[in-house]
Design a protein around this ligand. Structure first.
Ligand code: PEP
Ligand code: MN
Length: 363
C-alpha cells in the first residue's frame, strides 16, 4: 500500500498518525520515501507486509494525504503509480538525466590508452557533448580476455575528463570494491567529473551488488536489463537499488540473447521503451552497440546501429549509450562494433532529428 502525501504535508506527524493506524496490524511497517522530482519533492509512506486487512479510508482521511493505493506489483518504488504522469529523472553534476532531455553517452567500450581517451574526449568537446562511457572494469566471457585497466587508469581518466568538460562518465562496476576505488579516485582528483555507475547485463540479478549500489547516494546508477530474463524480473532486480535508498536510477535496454536475432548480437528490444516508461518512473536509455554488435550498413549507407538508435529515441528513450573508438583496429574490447570519431556528428544530427520528430508528434 502506498500513501502519497500532499506537498507541504507534515511528514513526521503523518508517520506517527499512520503508525497509530497500524497498531492493530502487527507485521506491517511504514517506510518513508522521498524523491526529488523535477518539479517538487514527492513524499510517500509505503506499508510493507500483509496489508490486505488494512482499510484505506482512515488513512486517506488523514490531513496531508493525497492518495492511498494498494499496489500489487513488487517494484513499488521504481514503479509508476497507475495514472501518474509525474516526470521521471534527476539532475546529476549539472546534467539532466530525465525523460525530457536527450543525452548521448558516446565513448570507449574499454579504456585502453591515454591517447585514445584524450582523442575521444576532444571529439566530444568539439561537439559540445559532456557525457561519455568508459569501461574500466570489464566483465568478459573468457578469463583470458582483456579485463579492463581497473583502478590504475582512474587518476588520468578522471583528470582528462575534467580537462575536456566531461560532466558524467558511465562506468560499469562489478563489485562493491570497484565503487570504493571510484570514490577514492574521485576524491583524490578533486571530483573533476561525475560517474554514473553502470550495472552490466551479467550482474542484473547480482542482488548483493544492487543493494550496495542502493546504499550509497553519491553516484547515480545505470541499470542494464538482464539479457536472459524477463522485463518483469529485471524491474524487480532494479528495485533492489531503490529499496536500499538510492532513487537516482536510469533503466537501460540493451537487447536480449536469442539466436533469432542473428546477424545482430542480441534481439533489439527497444519496442519496450514505452513499456518501461509506463511501468516505471525511470528515464530510459538504449544501448544500440551491444544490441546490434556489428557495423553493418543498409543500402542507405546508415549503420544498423544508427537505425536501432532511432527506434529507441522515437519511442521515447532519452539516453543513448554508444561505443566509439578513435582507432577500432587497436581497441581491446568490442572493436567490431565501435563507431569511429568521424561518425559522431552524423549520429548526433540523426538522434537530434529523431528526438525532434518525437517531440513534434507527441500530444
Ligand atoms: C557495456 O556496456 O560495457 C557492457 C558490457 O554492456 P552489457 O552489460 O549490456 O553487455
Ligand atoms: Mn562493449
Amino acid at each position: 500500500m502506498i500513501i502519497t502525501l500532499e506537498s507541504g504535508a507534515n511528514v513526521d506527524e503523518l508517520m506517527q498518525a499512520v503508525g497509530r493506524n497500524l497498531e492493530r496490524h502487527p507485521g506491517v511497517t511504514p517506510r518513508l520515501y522521498q524523491f526529488e522530482g523535477t518539479a517538487h519533492r514527492v513524499s510517500e509512506i509505503h506499508l510493507v507486509g500483509d496489508t490486505k486487512q488494512i482499510p484505506v479510508e482512515p488513512l486517506s482521511a488523514l490531513p496531508g494525504v493525497r492518495s492511498v493505493v494498494r499496489v500489487s506489483r513488487k517494484y513499488r518504488l521504481i514503479g509508476r503509480p497507475p495514472g501518474s504522469h509525474e516526470p521521471a529523472g534527476f539532475e546529476y553534476n549539472g546534467v539532466r538525466l530525465d525523460d525530457q532531455t536527450l543525452t548521448v553517452f558516446a565513448g570507449l567500450c574499454a579504456v585502453d590508452t591515454r591517447e585514445h581517451v584524450a582523442a575521444m574526449f576532444r571529439a566530444l568537446a568539439q561537439h559540445g557533448i559532456t557525457t561519455t562511457r568508459m569501461g574500466v572494469y570489464k566483465p568478459r566471457t573468457s578469463p583470458y580476455d582483456f579485463q579492463g585497466l581497473g583502478r590504475d587508469c582512474l587518476p588520468w581518466l578522471l583528470e582528462l575528463a575534467g580537462e575536456n568538460g566531461i560532466r558524467v562518465i558511465a562506468m560499469e562496476v562489478c563489485d562493491v570494491r570497484h565503487v570504493e576505488e571510484v570514490r577514492t579516485a574521485m576524491e583524490r582528483a578533486g571530483n573533476p567529473t561525475g560517474v554514473l555507475l553502470q550495472v552490466g547485463t551479467r550482474n542484473a540479478q547480482n542482488f548483493e551488488l544492487l543493494k550496495q549500489l542502493g546504499q550509497q547516494r553519491d553516484f547515480p546508477v545505470l541499470f542494464k536489463r538482464g539479457m536472459g530474463i524477463t522485463l518483469e524480473e529485471s524491474l524487480n532486480a532494479c528495485e533492489y537499488i531503490a529499496s536500499e535508498g538510492n532513487p537516482n536510477i536510469v533503466f537501460c535496454l540493451r537487447g536480449v540473447k536469442s539466436h533469432l536475432s542473428e546477424p545482430h548480437r542480441n534481439m533489439v528490444d527497444f519496442a519496450l521503451v514505452p513499456v518501461v516508461r509506463r511501468l516505471t518512473r525511470l528515464p530510459v536509455c538504449v544501448d544500440p552497440s551491444h544490441s546490434v554488435g556489428n557495423l553493418h550498413r543498409g543500402p542507405d549507407d546508415l549503420p544498423d546501429i544508427f537505425h536501432v538508435t532511432g527506434q529507441g529515441v522515437i519511442a521515447g528513450a532519452t539516453m543513448v549509450l554508444v561505443e566509439f573508438h578513435p582507432n577500432p583496429a587497436a581497441a581491446r574490447c568490442d572493436a567490431h562494433q565501435a563507431l569511429v570519431l568521424d561518425q559522431l556528428p552524423q549520429l548526433m544530427r540523426y538522434v537530434e532529428r529523431v528526438r525532434a520528430a518525437y517531440e513534434d508528434v507527441r500530444p
